[in-house]
Design a protein around this ligand. Structure first.
Ligand SMILES: [Zn+2]
Length: 357
């Protein structure tokens, strides 16, 4: 009796067993309500539409998924892109990997989602913007969501529990900066393990960062799945240089995970690692012109941007608030009072800041 009780308790404590739930097809591509890559055949590349609930007018939210199931067993790597609908480079990175990775040479499973936020992508918006929503919330603050909750909670809950979490041992969420701004190739990591992942991807800058509640990166990492956020430059474009660098860095990460054959390239020496960030802000509105390119090393009080009025007269010179590196710039010169012209990252020696201040 006691053994039975323990067995029942163990069963109750075990995570729900996922299974792929087919729900028809569209132009020959299977629609699924739940995906479990463990149930798929090995040595093949498959495409799915994941149905993440329905709109009020009866049409489903369909999210594209590409699964490359290796011929050999191994870890499950999840790559996601487009949770912010104006951040596009990651979609092209996934398309490239889908075209170049041979399932016969792959160990483990690569699950890729090139477009997590269909309404945001349709409207080139960072937010989750179905047209009945007036609040336009940020989908990358909503995980793990809740099925049966608000529209966005339900959407996020289906993504989390039926697609993302069941298929990830390790994950990379691909972003860019938002409209009117640009990043370098830049990774957020929150633990020593994810810092190592970041180094393998070989970005320009790594920011140790405790992160925000509800992101893909932090929700997975907090649930035991090491995850990083990979930022790839500017929004609303396919930038070939960034796309090629990300493809190469992710292949290196997969070699380190023993998913792909070949030698791991050691992390480059020139990666700038930071754990704190501060904005350089204009105190007057006007037209800002940057004096230094993104990536520049700066000293505290060094001029970063001039701000001019409508007639071209200089009204302010914005100076760096810290010693560090410019990791983000405003590409739109229209600056409001308090507007950010650049952000500066640096390394704080405070031991409490080792994984982000
Ligand atoms: Zn983003």
């Amino acid at each position: 009796m006691r053994a039975l009780v323990i067995a029942a308790a163990l069963l109750a404590a075990a995570p729900a067993v996922a299974a792929t739930e087919a729900a028809g097809s569209l132009d020959g591509v299977s629609i699924v309500d739940r995906l479990d890559v463990n149930t798929l055949p090995t040595g093949v590349t498959m495409r799915f539409w994941f149905r993440a609930g329905s709109t009020p007018v009866g049409q489903p939210w369909l999210v594209p998924v590409i699964v490359i199931k290796g011929a050999q067993p191994g870890p499950r790597l999840l790559l996601t892109a487009g949770i912010h609908g104006d951040e596009l480079n990651g979609i092209a990175v996934i398309h490239r990997l889908a075209a170049t990775i041979d399932s016969a040479k792959l160990s483990g499973t690569l699950t890729m989602v090139p477009g997590l936020n269909p309404p945001g992508l349709l409207q080139s918006s960072r937010q989750w913007t179905p047209d009945w929503s007036r609040s336009a919330p940020n989908l990358n603050r909503e995980l793990p969501g809740r099925e049966g909750g608000s529209a966005i909670a339900d959407f996020a809950g289906r993504l989390w529990s039926r697609l993302l979490r069941p298929n990830a041992d390790t994950a990379v969420d691909l972003h860019t900066q938002s409209r009117g701004t640009a990043y370098m190739m830049y990774v957020f990591a929150s633990t020593p393990r994810t810092r190592r992942m970041a180094e393998l991807v070989a970005p320009d800058i790594i920011k140790m960062d405790k992160g925000d509640k509800g992101t893909v990166e932090n929700t997975l990492t907090d649930d035991g799945v090491p995850a990083i956020t990979l930022e790839l430059g500017r929004p609303e474009v396919f930038d070939d240089t960034m796309i090629a660098r990300a493809e190469s860095g992710l292949a290196n990460l997969m070699r380190d995970l023993k998913m792909l054959p070949g030698k791991v390239t050691p992390p480059p020496a020139g990666v700038y690692v930071a754990n704190d960030i501060v904005a350089a802000r204009a105190t007057r509105p006007g037209w800002a012109r940057l004096l230094l390119p993104i990536g520049s090393a700066v000293k505290k009080d060094q001029p970063i941007a001039d701000v001019r009025d409508a007639f071209g007269a200089l009204v302010e010179t914005v100076r760096s608030p810290a010693d560090g590196r410019i990791n983000m710039i405003a590409t739109d010169p229209r600056i409001d009072t308090g507007g950010t012209v650049a952000r500066i990252v640096w390394w704080s020696p405070d031991p409490a800041c080792a994984n982000g201040c």
